[in-house]
Design a protein around this ligand. Structure first.
Ligand code: AQP
Length: 332
């Protein structure tokens, strides 16, 4: 039987951070065993927020090297950059004509990002979920591994697919979300009520970047905002900082929350923070070792991108053609 298709994307909008890894990338690697996966560096999404062109390109290459180092199998699956495959933009246009302004206005990410970038509330920021729907629907995707923060966008992709199918017959598969229990939402270390984001201020100790030096990771965890009660207990409302650390520790070690509470009973926060940092550092260590081996090899990385774009082009062709035919574009 043919393997089910998985699609997911990550933006090169900064250096990748721990939330991207625990909430998404780690699942991407695991899913490769049982599914046929398309993993995409979604650079077109990133320009909805103003980027320095040089930084965007560097971040995309860093990200590609990180994804390979973390275990993405570019030979068996498809790993590519979104801007190299025209069908993303072509399908996004068609789908934007089947998406309502009211639906897009309700997206919390649009509201959050508009507040964060008041001087640049562009149309791309507003239609971002339509491009995301195109990314997913292009490939007949059945499963989409995403962090919990992206569930609203996935729901909209499902709505758009169903609406289109209702009008024109079964052109698109209606995709399902794939969310794991732990690590689904990693919060900032300085602002534990907000999710950790790669575009947060890099000067603050809020974000743990996957490419941070181990010393810096340790320092950031030691400085993590907690409460004054000094008891390691999971209570997200009352103790958001320590609960975030418990969640991270659990995601990395596989231990459950009650076992962690027992393990650190009476230990105090200092000892716990060091343990969390050490667990994160040793999880990342083999990935960073491999990253340092391949990052400087530009030709190797470019070849992977070229091959990935060709494979993605071919994989998208059938559904792209069906969608164009469905709306009545001239078929040749
Ligand atoms: N803090 C997080 N906890 C859990 N999962 C997260 N993801 C991102 N942050 C967290 C998941 O990572 C995947 C790739 O994300 P993305 O790069 O496409 O966009 P994003 O969600 O907007 O990530 P960032 O880091 O917050 O980027 P910026 O700062 O550019 O907006 C997604 O599956 C996401 O759920």
């Amino acid at each position: 039987m043919a393997q089910k298709i998985v699609f997911s994307g990550i933006q090169p909008s900064g250096s990748p951070q721990l939330g991207n890894y625990l909430g998404a990338l780690r699942n991407w690697v695991a899913l490769q065993e049982d599914y046929s996966c398309r993993y995409c560096i979604v650079d077109m999404h990133s320009i909805t927020v103003r980027q320095s062109p040089a930084a965007l390109e560097k971040n995309a290459r860093d990200l590609l090297a990180f994804l390979i180092s973390a275990g993405l199998d570019y030979k068996k699956h498809i790993l590519y950059a979104q801007s190299h495959v025209r069908a993303h933009a072509q399908l996004a246009w068609i789908l934007s004509c089947f998406t309502y302004m009211g639906e897009l206005s309700r997206m919390t990410q649009f509201k959050d990002k508009s507040q964060k970038h008041e001087d640049n509330i562009n149309a791309g920021l507003f239609t971002y979920p339509v491009l995301m729907a195109a990314d997913i629907l292009l490939f007949g995707t059945e499963l989409v591994p995403i962090g919990e923060d992206q569930t609203q966008h996935l729901e909209l992709s499902r709505t758009i697919a169903a609406r289109f199918n209702n009008l024109y017959g079964d052109v698109f598969k209606v995709p399902e979300a794939y969310i794991t229990r732990t690590g689904t939402r990693v919060m900032g270390l300085q602002e534990p009520t907000r999710k950790m984001s790669k575009s947060d201020d890099p000067a603050s100790a809020n974000v743990v970047y996957l490419l941070d030096e181990p010393k810096s990771i340790l320092n950031k965890f030691k400085r993590a905002v907690t409460d004054s009660d000094n008891t390691v207990r999971f209570a997200p409302e009352e103790k958001p900082g320590i609960s975030n650390l418990i969640n991270i520790y659990s995601a990395v070690t596989g231990k459950d929350f009650t076992d962690i509470e027992k393990e650190f009973e009476g230990a105090g926060y200092g000892k716990f923070k060091t343990a969390v940092a050490e667990a994160v550092i040793s999880e990342l260590e083999p990935i960073i070792k491999k990253y340092n081996e391949i990052r400087a090899d530009a030709a190797f990385l470019d070849d992977i991108l070229k091959e990935g774009a060709q494979k993605a082009d071919a994989a998208a062709e059938d559904i792209m053609r069906k969608a164009q035919k469905a709306v009545g574009f001239i078929s040749l």
